[in-house]
Design a protein around this ligand. Sequence first.
Ligand code: ARG
Length: 478
Amino acid sequence: MADTHQEDGAPAAKVWAGRLGGATAQSVEQYTRDTSDLRLLPDDVAGSQAHAAMLHAIGILDDAEHTALQTALNTIAGEVAGGGFAVRPDDEDIHTAVERRLIELAGDVGAKIHSGRSRNDQVATDLRLYARRACADTVLSIARLQDALIERARVETATVMPGYTHLQRAQPVTLAHHLLAYVEMLQRDTARLLDARKRCDILPLGSGALAASTLPLDREAVARDLRFSAVSGNSLDSVSDRDFAVEITAACALVMAHLSRLGEELVLWSSAEFGFVELPDTHATGSSLMPQKKNPDVAELARGRSGRVAGALVSLLMTLKGLPLAYNRDLQEDKRALFEALDTTRATVDVLADLIDVVSFNRERMRAAASDPALLATDVAEHLVRRGVPFRDAHRIVGEMVRRTVAEQRSLRDVTLDEWRAASPAADEALLGLFDVDAALARRDIIGGPGPRAVAQALDHAAVLVEATQRSPIGSEE
Ligand code: ARG
């Protein structure tokens, strides 16, 4: 008997023991078992409560049986909530664990709960209930990070910094504008998660193993009970559909891609080379060897963990690829990927919200980095455009002037009016006044730009959106 599972007393009979007589090999038991779905316990119990109520309504359970089942399910719900629900080593998954416990508590009537139900439609239902909630929770976490970014942006509207392309200083922006770029990305992430949530909001229960049931199940009643907006339309599809999990994991992968960019910028900005950011000691780490080091590990891990979530997405897609209809045991692997994506994303969003709250920005360093008048070369070219010069000509004229000043180690600000006039007859006195960086920002006051009025509007707009999410994360239409 070395190969069968004997610890913790006699193993519970398998739910399929009628068909397969002998004991399962312990290696098989270990390999196929997956209780990483423990977090689905509350959803599994809720699903069973709704299913039992429906079985009662259609006459499969009599009053006494229904009462007995609901009493036992309530007890289990209490055990789950209180952390006292024990999964035994021979429970194959949480669905069998709950059913076993139900039979322990309610006796033979517990064996009626699975009428018209399969673990295939059960797990699809549990996962959708969980995922639906997780979308809303993730969106709330994202809103908190957006809030932190907005609050910081509010006090950094006059903090001038260089905007970069190719990581070369390009044109002046403000820190507020830069931070609000992340608020925009996160707003799209929220929209994606809430869109994915709609695909979670469909009830698979009643699809049975793959071909529904001969019992007159009232699926709509179960959907109402579990507050699903609709019932699924095809039993084969609904037991094997994990699109919602892919969509959520993809949305998380993109959140993490965004956060990895924020992480990277915090890493760069906290280097001596940039010196834009100072991390408080509470949110930095030291070196075990170099006494002087102060490291931005939180930002680095935010960057690094994005790989895990992208990996979860690939893993899920690979699991689904090529699966014949309908349920296949491969689908059991969906949970690790989805949970990994949600957990990592949420933890990263939360820790970065904390970090943004406490990080300090070195306004002088940022302004100094944006003070090279060459960052306003485009302003000069556009000034010439206003005076009728075709942009390509203006670009060349200013480019040549930049080349000359670089060679002569002068600044663009030092070029005299005569020199500009020699380069272009359209040059005028006003051109010499272009090299004030605050004025340069004020010139960029169009919608979506870094100008002070545009940023003030963007701030208000972002705050309204985030407040709306916080008030009602799933939106007013649902
Ligand atoms: N633990 C399984 C899963 O997550 C539950 C469904 C099992 N169904 C089956 N036919 N073996 O997918």
